[in-house]
Write a protein that binds this ligand. Sequence first.
Ligand code: NAD
Ligand code: ZN
Length: 271
Amino acid sequence: MKRASCNIAYFCQLQQNTVIMHQQKSQIHLAAELIYNSKHLVAFTGAGISVESGIPPFRGSEGLWSKYDPQVLELDYFHQNPKESWEVIKEIFYDFFGKAKPNAAHLALAKLEEMGLLKCVITQNIDNLHQAAGNTVVHEFHGNSQKLICTSCAKHYVVADLNFDALPPLCVDCKSLIKPDFIFFGEGIPQVAHNASLKAAEEADVLLIIGSTGEVVPANQIPILAKQTGTKVIEVNPESSRYTDFVTDIHLKGKAGKVMTELLKEIEGME
Ligand code: NAD
Ligand code: ZN
């Protein structure tokens, strides 16, 4: 008797899984159709797209801020404690981020650009992985950790220019403190990326959101703005986000690497 009920439970679970798989499959097909028929596809990415490259998000139990103190990215603290801040910044953004490689989801976006479908990527990430994958039009809403800037004369540097053995790194011209060229807490959004992102959101007829909670302001306004202009929204995330119930038309529930691989395959099959 026990064995029979166990088998029934197993069979029901199997049936349920199959239904979910079918639902997901048809959702993938619908998303692929939207993308294939789009005139102006834009991607909007968050920390989640880089998780499978080994870069954890900031928040949550596995997040970077469970290990490090976020005050190193507060501008006043950074200026008052440059050496201590730089020791942590070097460990997170240069020893750790620096080794990360694009994953299947980044590569799928590069392929969509190559196919002429994806017009640009708006990213909240600072890890340079979209460019490393091959995307050429990337609006970096929060800047880029691979670029650095002198806090006094604004001379620009790339990571390869710097020697991180002696911290903090100082400008070769004016000997002032060098800062990573991504925004610290309380800093404004870079004007060029901000304007380009707003324009892209208005132009988009399909927006593909990948791996963002939608909690970071003002970046989280981009999908809302797009939606207000009638854009269809596809979201890839294993969890629900602030967008899921209000902005998203199709939620592809799963990890970015797997979902984007399946989505790309479906789109390529339409060619
Ligand atoms: P977030 O940290 O608030 O949320 C990450 C989201 O990704 C969550 O919704 C989570 O469910 C989802 N996610 C987790 N694993 C995933 C996977 N494998 N595939 C798809 N989605 C997955 O991210 P956010 O909304 O981008 O905001 C965080 C802020 O921190 C941003 O401002 C960003 O600049 C910064 N940040 C950047 C990096 C980076 O450059 N890689 C890393 C950490 C944080
Ligand atoms: Zn300088």
